[in-house]
Design a protein around this ligand. Sequence first.
Ligand SMILES: Cc1cc2nc3c(=O)[nH]c(=O)nc-3n(C[C@H](O)[C@H](O)[C@H](O)COP(=O)(O)OP(=O)(O)OC[C@H]3O[C@@H](n4cnc5c(N)ncnc54)[C@H](O)[C@@H]3O)c2cc1C
Length: 476
Amino acid sequence: MDAALLAPAAGLDAFLAEAAALLPPDALLYGDACAPYQADASSCRGQAAAVLLPSDAAAVSALLRAAVRHRARLVPQGNLSGLVGGAVPDGSGRQVALSLARMRRLRAFDPLNRSAVSEAGMPLSELNRQLEPHGLWLPIDVGSDPAVGGLVGANTGGSRLLRHGDVRRNLLGLEVVLADEQGSVLDLTAPLRKNNAGIDLKQLFVGSGGALGVVTAASWDLKRRDASTLTLFAALPGREAALAMLDACEQRFGEMLSAFEVMGAPALAVTLRHFPALRHPLADSPAGCYALVEIASAMPGLDALLREQAESLLAGLHERGLIADAAFARPEALWPLRDSLPLALAAEGLPLSFDVGLPRSRLPAFHAAAERWLTGEHPELRLYDFGHFGDGGCHLIALLPREHAAAYSPAKLAVLKSGLYRLVAEYGGSFSAEHGVGPLNAAFYRKFADAGAQRLAAGLQRLLDPAAALGRHRYD
Ligand SMILES: Cc1cc2nc3c(=O)[nH]c(=O)nc-3n(C[C@H](O)[C@H](O)[C@H](O)COP(=O)(O)OP(=O)(O)OC[C@H]3O[C@@H](n4cnc5c(N)ncnc54)[C@H](O)[C@@H]3O)c2cc1C
């Protein structure tokens, strides 16, 4: 480690005094003005010493230089839609929120290269709004509205991951400010699809939760918008049948299969109870679970062909007893059935959410084992599930009835969560499919992530951030 980094730190006050000299007055917030920056979409709450709102990469670099010198800790923030508390300063009142919200320009757009470079604070919705007239989009499809920096920090997935991949797969480059003495700005934004000139460093920062550097801009591999789309809803006897249907859909439609979401019948029942305006598309067909399937292509004029192929596929699946019934409907009629479940469950009791990822071939067996385990160990809880079945993602929600809440101390909840994640590990899965590590998953990271991988991650963080100036979650 550099000797300068071992020198005594002047501390938080000295850092804030320097930050005040670097930023315009309205870009440094204190006290009550920090409130909107102290919580994300999870249950995580914190207290920021201050909030910094830089307007360009040069200001981010100057702030990081000062943070390194004074040993202040900065927590990068996007749009605060994260679900693990990764962008929330801790409760000590000594961490500083670094919001990229004022960096929202589209720096470059090349329609013939199908690429764009956007700054870290630009919301995904705004990026896609600007791309729409050109028939292009960044195909990360989520129920929230993340900022570009948060997309990279969390390696966001979403409902079309099956076809388009996660952020990692749609990223051409990054601009990143490092937590070194110089506040070095790495410009890796060249919008190149082929570039083997050395190690692909940009990928280091993807999904690292702001622990290795501050993303100030990203360069994207844009996709053509869909011009032909078919959406259908199927009632299935169970998840084994869902797996067989998924395989059959891929055989029939190949890479045009764009989403394959599955939700259990109890989950749909709760949703319909709390959202009476929603209509059950297959109310007369009893089912163990339902699949919401989207088939789409950027090629126009395929709607009739997609319908014809889907009808023949569904008839074959029905003959084999794999589906009970199916209905075609407009996307606006089907997606709310899936997206409303978290709100419905929150109205029903206290939801304990598990965002797990498994080899999709093992999803049915895992789900059955999770239900057996929960019924045996915690009979007062009920298990609901919905999620991106097609990519192995599963949002499991164990619902704790309010009358039993007092019996569940934080320690008992931690044991319950560990038990379920142990089962996930037995089935070859991940305790965090989409949402990352952050304070809410830190203990499970220590318990379930490979020990060698943890050592390497810690070493990387010490190398890139020896003064511990960055990130809510530390890998070291
Ligand atoms: C209703 C809802 C639906 C959701 N659906 C999905 C889904 O389908 N798939 C999915 O993957 N996620 C989903 N999420 C989670 C969330 O939207 C994503 O994790 C999102 O990418 C977070 O982006 P953000 O800008 O809000 O980041 P924040 O919450 O602000 O930050 C997320 C992480 O990135 C880091 N970070 C932020 N900006 C930077 C930066 N400039 N440089 C370095 N690090 C940075 C933070 O420190 C933090 O660790 C959902 C959330 C909600 C509320």
